[in-house]
Design a protein around this ligand. Structure first.
Ligand SMILES: [Zn+2]
Length: 284
């Protein structure tokens, strides 16, 4: 377990607010703790730290039935939080009863402040060939749930770009598709943009060895961009290796603005507007 004291200092606040499109508050609290004074409510501490630097809302992402339930419950009682629900692609092959889990996810997806289904998708990095059938069954089921309830589909794609697109074509993509922690190159970005998908960039876009991600950002219109932490993972530079949280979004969105040749304030305004469009309406 990493220590909460290892949280990096807060960056300079944003002038125009933006939201974190993908975070795991529950995992952050379990694995790291929270920045700031001990004893504070951990969820409130993380949300307040983010709000102080202009990260005014966040999307809490479920990875199994328990965390999806937690995410849905939090969104129901917190106006700054929306939820997505899913069985993670690395989790699906491990379940004794995948169908039962998918039924639970579907019930949660019907809730009004659950605005997305995910993270779901394919992971050919962590899951071997023996796990692929369950992973693909789960992905197809999540696509169907997203369409049935009119929710955004939040995709985890690790080393599986061609197969993810193929399955979206076969199953039929929902209106809103978000590629979380976009990890492709310029050519894959162009393909996703052409299909109208949203590309959500994480702290990886700030890494020295991530020239392909900055090239991908350069060909993505700001209207199809989102920004995320995937906290507690993928901490942006110059704090790579330390714990991540939504209050570090300013570092990533500034790098994204530079890579895409836009101004940070304009990009934050555009991303916020996109959030209102695809996850609307935030406050209801
Ligand atoms: Zn995630």
């Amino acid at each position: 377990m990493r220590r909460a004291g290892e949280f990096p200092p807060a960056p300079k606040p944003l002038a125009v607010p933006v939201f974190d499109s993908h975070t795991h508050l529950d995992i952050t609290i379990d694995e790291v703790g929270v920045p700031g004074a001990p004893g504070a409510d951990p969820v409130e501490a993380l949300i307040t730290a983010a709000a102080k630097v202009g990260v005014d809302r966040l999307v809490q992402v479920g990875v199994d039935v328990a965390s999806s339930q937690w995410s849905a419950d939090l969104a129901a009682r917190h106006s700054a939080v929306l939820a997505t629900v899913a069985v993670h692609p690395n989790e699906a092959p491990r379940l004794a009863d995948l169908d039962e889990a998918l039924r639970a996810i579907e019930a949660l997806a019907a809730q009004p402040r659950v605005r997305g289904v995910g993270e779901t998708g394919l992971d050919e990095y962590r899951t071997g060939p023996e796990g692929r059938p369950a992973q693909e069954t789960a992905f197809a089921a999540h696509i169907a749930i997203a369409k049935r309830y009119g929710k955004a589909l939040v995709i985890h794609d690790r080393d599986a770009h061609p197969r993810v697109l193929e399955m979206l074509d076969t199953e039929g993509a929902p209106d809103t598709v978000i590629l979380h922690c976009f990890s492709g190159d310029e050519a894959f970005a162009i393909e996703c943009v052409r299909r109208g998908y949203l590309l959500s960039f994480a702290g990886t876009v700030t890494f020295g060895n991530a020239r392909h991600l900055r090239a991908a950002a350069a060909v993505t219109p700001p209207e199809q961009m989102l920004v995320e932490t995937d906290a507690p993972y993928l901490t942006p530079m110059p704090h790579r290796g330390r714990p991540n949280a939504s209050y570090l979004i300013p570092l990533t969105v500034r790098a994204l603005a530079t890579a895409s040749g836009t101004d940070t304030d304009a990009l934050c305004a555009t991303i916020s507007a996109t959030g209102e469009r695809v996850l609307v309406p935030w406050q209801s």
